[in-house]
Design a protein around this ligand. Sequence first.
Ligand code: NAP
Ligand code: GDD
Length: 340
Amino acid sequence: MKKKIALIYGVTGQDGAYLAKLLINKNYIVHGVKRRSSSLNTSRIDDIYRDPHEERNFYLHYGDLSDSLSILKTIKKIQPDEIYNLGAQSHVGVSFEVPEYTANVDAIGTLRILDSIKTLGLEKKTKYYQAGTSEMFGATKPPQNEKSIFYPRSPYAVAKLYAHWITINYREAYDIFACNGILFNHESPIRGETFVTKKIVSGLCAIVKKKNSKLYLGNIYAKRDWGHAKDYVVAMWKMLNKKKPKDYVIATGKQYSVKTFVNLVAKELNIRIIWKGSGLNEKGYWGNKSIIEIDKRYFRPTEVNSLKGNAQLARKELKWKPKYNITALIKEMIKADFNS
Ligand code: NAP
Ligand code: GDD
């Protein structure tokens, strides 16, 4: 049987790496787009990359979501059965620093891929997955599901909302099999270092190993619904392998504050943190040492305070449910970090 061909934008990122491995295990031929950078950016996928002279099921191409020509040429050359657009400037805090770039890549980048599918006449062949986000719900009260109102609170979330609606528009206007996955936060040992879960795990491991003495955080009262990336890429694949395209919320349905996440990591590391003070003066003590402090540079101009997803539709129609709970996620992240 002919192998399916997938093209992944964002293959060098957390989700791209897990998805590439999932699809290779499902006997796909996987193509990924990476950006040119002055230092190597392929550490998450080095284990599946093979020498070009060997027989392969994984290929890398240079490209960028801000570059229409490269997108058109890559899709024309590969003629993929499935495209997963996971590429993005994905940091909410950074999007306030680089709002125009974030809009170009996260919003217009999506349009560039969708319009390439149409321009190349691949509407009937190529299915499209868009990496949507719970950030689009922003200020809307939890629990959030597919019918909840969007109220984005950052340049990142506003750009992703454009991507969400342009995906729906191309589905309706040109009959492209295009789906939005509205994914709540998902983490893993290969999560980027500046996202809060990874920062907390690495920070506390370094303190326990005496390689560092302090961890600085921003708003520790924000609440998130945290799952494991390995579970969430399965949902992406399931969406593209249904009979009809549809948009789905993917979440665990459980919510914790950043402060509770710190306490859970500390518990796994066998340390007890005592919190004292309030506001910018709140501190976390281990014994008599203050090891966690609040730094206002990590606060965002507008915050998303509370996210908790309702993934009933995905449970029913995709038969998807997460295998990891928060403790299993934290244990795996600590194990990888502590031994690194
Ligand atoms: P990530 O680790 O930050 O990966 C982002 C990927 O996009 C990387 O491969 C990055 O390349 C690539 N990229 C950045 N700018 C690009 C550009 N201009 N052109 C082409 N590629 C570019 O993010 P992630 O956590 O895997 O998330 C995957 C996607 O899901 C993102 O779209 C994110 O916004 C969305 N999302 C994530 C979550 C979550 O909790 N993880 C939840 C909802 C939605 P480099 O490696 O070169 O930087
Ligand atoms: N990054 C970071 N660093 N966040 C902090 C810190 C800190 O030092 N201290 C507190 N926080 C708070 C943030 O203000 C936010 O409320 C929460 O911790 C989570 O921050 P991140 O881990 O940066 O994730 P995010 O929720 O903003 O965005 C992630 O999830 C989205 C899905 O809801 C990213 O992966 C986005 O790409 C994704 O769309």
